[in-house]
Design a protein around this ligand. Structure first.
Ligand code: SAM
Ligand code: SF4
Ligand code: SF4
Length: 335
């Protein structure tokens, strides 16, 4: 059954935040001044259980979702995450099951994630320079720890591995070429992400954004690239192929070239609220339905009713006026 929203967009992918906690304090996502030791994270009973997540996922898949991505916070710090992956991997009609991680636990967990049924993985890494990376993750975590994690994921067969680098002007923009050079020819796909004004705590300003076009130009001057086609409708990364055959890079230009028109994704927070846009300040409460005895068909009807009225296109409307509107934090609903 295909439901489309007011802009004729189907629901195709669901990002599931399995925890609002994280072992990093990336300055652009969970700044330590806000997410300090007194911060009230969700108590365990507020989190959806694995059974609840799987039940909802089954309903979503029956209503058009083809791709599930586990995220957070840091999804691999949720206890027994492999069990959830096993449960989700058994869903019929699911085409793609993946996870976004900061990579810090992969040397221990990659093999188990693969064996549980994870198809592929995305690892975030913002710099190859230890000093820059540590200042960005604010948890004193070294670059090598993430590179070892990427290696472990590769050995476990979680291909193709995508590497996400959020670029902030004056912070890590000088590392763009280092990163491109390092991952060229490895088979891993590096993607540069424009720094976004998610949440209300990271102090975002337009001047912090390095436009994707500038990134592609810088790479093209050293290693010529040509455009490659999108893999599927709604793919957010613009793909560029190295002309010498050393693979490809992607840019996610969510600020300078908004792609709301093709946005087929929804986000489920760790406590079971559905957000129809990364920049929403309101989530629809599915946990309530899961816990009040509603039947699957009632939950499905609620989902369809939520999707039918969706009209989000925040990035297309973004302006100096919208940046100060209240928004949910990314660590809460997942990137
Ligand atoms: N902890 C995992 C990780 O870091 O990969 C998963 C959750 S994290 C919120 C998902 C992705 O969002 C990461 O690649 C992160 O770099 C990105 N991200 C977080 N805040 C962002 C921002 N303000 N602008 C752009 N990307 C951001
Ligand atoms: Fe944690 Fe990921 Fe946010 Fe960094 S980007 S603080 S690793 S959730
Ligand atoms: Fe989708 Fe909202 Fe991002 Fe636009 S701003 S691409 S609607 S999540």
């Amino acid at each position: 059954m295909k439901t489309v929203d007011t802009l004729n967009r189907p629901l195709r992918d669901l990002r599931i935040s399995v925890t609002d906690r994280c072992n990093f304090r990336c300055t652009y996502c969970m700044p330590r001044e806000v997410f300090g030791k007194d911060f009230a994270f969700l108590p365990h009973k507020e989190l959806l259980t694995f059974e609840e997540i799987t039940r909802l996922a089954r309903i979503f898949v029956a209503n058009g979702v083809e791709k599930l991505r586990l995220t957070g916070g840091e999804p691999t710090v949720r206890k027994d995450i492999e069990k959830l992956i096993t449960m989700l991997a058994s869903l019929e009609d699911l085409k793609d099951l993946t996870l976004t991680t900061n990579g810090s636990t992969l040397t221990k967990k990659a093999q188990a994630l693969k064996e549980a049924g994870l198809d592929r993985i995305t690892v975030s890494l913002d710099s190859l320079d230890d000093e820059v990376f540590k200042s960005m993750n604010d948890a004193d975590f070294p670059v090598q720890g993430v590179l070892d994690g990427i290696e472990a994921a590769s050995e476990a067969g979680l291909h193709p591995i995508k590497i996400n680098m959020v670029v902030r002007r004056g912070v890590n923009d000088k590392d763009i070429l280092d990163m491109a050079g390092f991952f060229r020819g490895t088979g891993h796909i590096l993607r540069f992400i424009e720094y976004m004004d998610v949440g209300s705590t990271n102090g975002w300003r337009m001047n912090d954004v390095v436009p994707a076009a500038e990134i592609v130009n810088a790479i093209n001057e050293v290693w010529p690239v040509e455009p490659a086609d999108a893999n599927y409708f709604g793919e957010v990364a613009e793909r560029w192929r190295y002309k010498d055959g050393a693979g490809e890079v992607g840019v996610i230009a969510s600020v300078t070239q908004a792609f709301c028109r093709d946005c087929t994704r929804a986000r489920l927070s760790a406590d079971g609220k559905l957000y129809t846009c990364l920049f929403s300040n309101f989530g629809y409460d599915f946990r309530k339905l899961l816990r009040d005895g509603s039947a699957d068909e009632e939950i499905a009807e609620y989902l369809r009713s939520v999707w039918r009225i969706r009209d989000d296109r925040y990035s297309e409307l973004r302006s100096e006026q919208t940046i100060d509107l209240p928004k949910v934090e990314m660590s809460f609903i997942g990137g």
